[in-house]
Design a protein around this ligand. Structure first.
Ligand code: AMP
Length: 430
């Protein structure tokens, strides 16, 4: 006999439910970010949760934590190697090439929002299923666009009521200047190899820039004196970075140059940045609210035309957590001011249509149609604190009327149901 496995009443580790009581924060985060994107001329794109595994391997790159350790990858029944998206940029670049989006006027501005998956060790602010909002702009290499990305991310975080927003910024150069910088970095870390953690010893072979990103104490010590990318930029990258900083100064966005910021992924070029909020001195690495950068080589790398691009993403889970922690003001869910009660078989049959006519007129209505007794329905109306209760009894349903009860005075009157919408609106206005 087959033994049934125990049913665990919980989702897999690092995943969680977002209950109705929390939704006000999520709605606010989505509303503010999507509004900003639309205001800046971005159009929404949705892409599948699953992509072929090699899209991520090729774009994010081996030697990164995401590819080496954190991918939710598996084979389908048809034998295809696929993965849950660990981020959106690769999939969006894939869609951009596939659908020939480059024919639109440049820059092509796209925004997205949805869940991402990384098989990371769950801890505060770090989940295996988490939500991102982000923007990507294709076809423009001017640093003014990098500045505009930072402006948008900064504005969204600020508009969510979070203060002390800071931007950390760096330039990791282009493939030309990065090559010689990478060599310098390798020879520096080679000389200190014994002091590096096991992962960084491996990174020295696969992705030495990532050592700068390591949070292990001993690696933090070693990297303090490491050569910095901004000291080794080519002329083009140097000017790009300088102009970006000038734009940020013009925008009065507070930023700090962080030589250790590399953002690990292979596809970044030139600008990289991250957003933080809260008091300085907090464990800033853990509290990044978002980040982004320029990825001029990605589209070509995936088989498209040479297309400069820049983007950023915000971690909605972290924004929401901080909004809750700091008591940020949120948009209040609209509450029904009208309750519709029914009594008797005929009235019950008519009640759905009456509900619909009110709802179509923009009046939010509550009900408890499944309950038979009028008393229990009125109890619900009381608990909801509505202003008006409508009672549709057998007699009223036959007569084409309805009883309107003002909940604060307790007064009742009989209304012609053809005039119901106007009568309710009139009383709600008062
Ligand atoms: P990344 O591109 O990896 O820097 O991710 C962008 C943003 O997404 C980060 O700054 C975080 O706010 C958020 N994020 C990344 N990974 C996670 C995770 N495992 N759990 C929650 N939020 C995350």
């Amino acid at each position: 006999m087959k033994v049934q496995e125990e049913l665990l009443l919980q989702p897999p580790r690092g995943m969680r439910d977002i209950l109705p009581t929390e939704q006000i924060y999520w709605q606010q985060a989505r509303r503010v970010s999507e509004k900003a994107a639309q205001d800046f001329g971005y159009r929404r794109i949705d892409i599948p949760l699953l992509e072929f595994n090699n899209l991520f391997e090729r774009s994010i790159g081996e030697g990164t934590d995401i590819i080496d350790k954190e991918m939710f990858s598996f084979s389908t029944k048809g034998g295809e190697r696929v993965a849950l998206r660990p981020e959106f940029t690769a999939g969006i670049a894939r869609a951009y090439i596939q659908h020939g989006l480059q024919v639109a006027p440049k820059p092509v501005k796209l925004y997205y929002t949805g869940p991402c998956y990384r098989y990371d060790r769950p801890q505060e602010g770090r989940f295996r299923e988490f939500f991102q909002f982000g923007c990507e702009a294709f076809g423009e290499s001017d640093p003014i666009l990098d500045a505009q990305m930072i402006q948008m991310g900064w504005r969204i975080i600020y508009q969510l009521g979070l203060r002390n927003v800071r931007v950390r910024i760096n330039s990791i150069g282009c493939p030309a200047c990065r090559k010689s910088y990478r060599n310098l970095l390798v020879s520096y870390f080679e000389s200190k190899k014994q002091k590096l953690c096991i992962d960084c010893k491996r990174r020295l072979e696969t992705n030495p820039l990532r050592i700068l990103d390591c949070k292990e104490d001993k690696c933090v010590q070693v990297k303090m004196n490491a050569p910095q990318s901004i000291d080794h930029l080519c002329e083009d990258c140097r000017i790009h970075f300088k102009e970006l900083l000038e734009y940020l100064e013009e925008l009065e966005i507070p930023f700090e140059i962080d030589a250790a910021l590399v953002r690990g992924l292979d596809y970044y070029t030139k600008t990289v940045f991250e957003f933080f909020a809260g008091e300085t001195g907090e464990d800033v690495k853990k509290s990044a609210l978002g980040g982004g950068g320029r990825y001029d080589g990605l589209v070509k790398m995936l088989g498209g035309e040479n297309t400069p691009a820049v983007g950023f993403s915000l971690g909605l889970d972290r924004l929401v957590a901080l909004m809750k922690k700091t008591g940020a003001k949120v948009y209040k869910e609209p509450k029904a001011k009208v309750f519709l009660a029914q009594l008797g078989t005929f009235a019950k049959r008519k009640s759905l249509r009456m509900f619909e006519s009110l709802e179509r007129a923009g009046i939010m209505v509550s009900e408890s149609f499944g309950r038979g007794s009028l008393k229990s329905q009125l109890k619900v109306a009381d608990r909801l604190g509505v202003e008006i209760t409508l009672i549709l009894g057998q007699k009223e349903a036959l007569d084409g009327t309805v009883i309107l009860k003002d909940m604060s005075s307790g007064n009742q009157e009989i209304i012609d149901s053809a005039k119901l919408v106007d009568e309710v609106k009139k009383r709600l206005k008062k």
